[in-house]
Design a protein around this ligand. Sequence first.
Ligand SMILES: Cc1cc2nc3c(=O)[nH]c(=O)nc-3n(C[C@H](O)[C@H](O)[C@H](O)COP(=O)(O)OP(=O)(O)OC[C@H]3O[C@@H](n4cnc5c(N)ncnc54)[C@H](O)[C@@H]3O)c2cc1C
Length: 392
Amino acid sequence: MQSEPFQQLLDKAQRFLHNHIIPIEPLLLSHQWLELDKVLADLRQQVNNEKMWAPHLPTSLGGLGLQVAQLGQISKVLGQSPLGHYCFGCQAPDAGNAELLHLYATKQIKQQFLEPLAAGTIRSCFAMTEPHMSGSNPTRLTCQAIANEDGWLINGHKWFTTAADGADFTIVMAVTDTSAAKHQQASMLIVPMTTKGVTLKRNISVMGSTGQGYFSHGEVLFENVQVGSENLLGKQGHGFLMAQQRLGPGRIQHCMRWIGIAQRCFDILCKHVKHRQITDTQSLADQPLMQAKIAECYAAIKSTEYLVQATADRIDKDGFDSAKHDISMIKFHTAQMLQTVMDHTVQALGALGVTDDTVVAFFFREERAARIYDGPDEVHKLSLAKQLLKNY
Ligand SMILES: Cc1cc2nc3c(=O)[nH]c(=O)nc-3n(C[C@H](O)[C@H](O)[C@H](O)COP(=O)(O)OP(=O)(O)OC[C@H]3O[C@@H](n4cnc5c(N)ncnc54)[C@H](O)[C@@H]3O)c2cc1C
């Protein structure tokens, strides 16, 4: 049961999404980046004016100070559009980066980077994955930061740095001590993208689109990049520990966002089959095979949502550590559910499903990666299975 003010916020966010955000999706689907940027800037201002900005941030940073489960509910609403989170200032990777800066940055770094990031006047990115090393086991990073008299000298090659194009700074994961234990070798450093030696080599073409600005994934070179000692976030060697903290609550947001996407696809599917006549007297919705798919999709979405909500409630009640294994479970389970529902939707729409006349194909292309980023399915399954087997 939601509290009344929170339910009002959810309803208001839902109305905003339907009245203002969904109508501008054609700009995204037709790659009109410049026009899209302008419209998004206006919508972000409106969200701010209507006191819905940055639901993930504490009130001290101008956010709504929501609990993890509440944030999940908002994420589900916003997930129904690929533009939802961005309009509300709670998009990845900025949301996770803001949390890292909030917890670990010095006062000066907070003023310089966190305050404008929280206000939405700058963007950021997160550079951990490397093209020539398995991202599934990030303890084998080659990017290095070597301490010198001016701070840290960074050399490395990263890719899939989401939203690097136009970002003001990145948080880089780099090895700072090769002699330490595997999980204590890496640290996080904040690097302004204009620092000498940082090059955005390209926006990577993903499933046929290179995207632009926030909607892109960059390949980034760090060649003799010098930053000050204050650019180290948290303690040296704590990179993996901090990455876990960054991803933990973030996984609830991702899962609920995916549930929002699945729900949107499901709505599009149901509306379409009801109106698609296949004989003079029958629509697709009258077909038992289609009805079975609809029931299966509904059960998949709802059961996953209950699972994710229960995990979020547990985090709010007992803390992140108590729900670690449930978080692994919901990550691969929700990503798989999403893929199944998106696939059924494309199939039910026929040729229309693979066009950009609806948002379904965009979701289908972009969110195939849900089973890969933030840890591929296999990594989460291994981690869960190992824990479960300890009980036997
Ligand atoms: C759209 C998108 C956005 C991303 N954004 C960012 C970002 O902003 N910043 C960033 O640093 N990174 C980002 N990434 C990178 C992402 O985190 C990595 O792709 C992910 O960690 C997997 O690493 P990899 O691609 O090197 O795959 P690999 O590690 O090479 O693994 C390949 C495949 O092997 C399988 N596999 C892995 N381990 C096992 C195992 N133990 N047993 C069996 N099978 C296994 C999995 O199916 C996996 O997909 C993004 C990726 C995508 C696709």
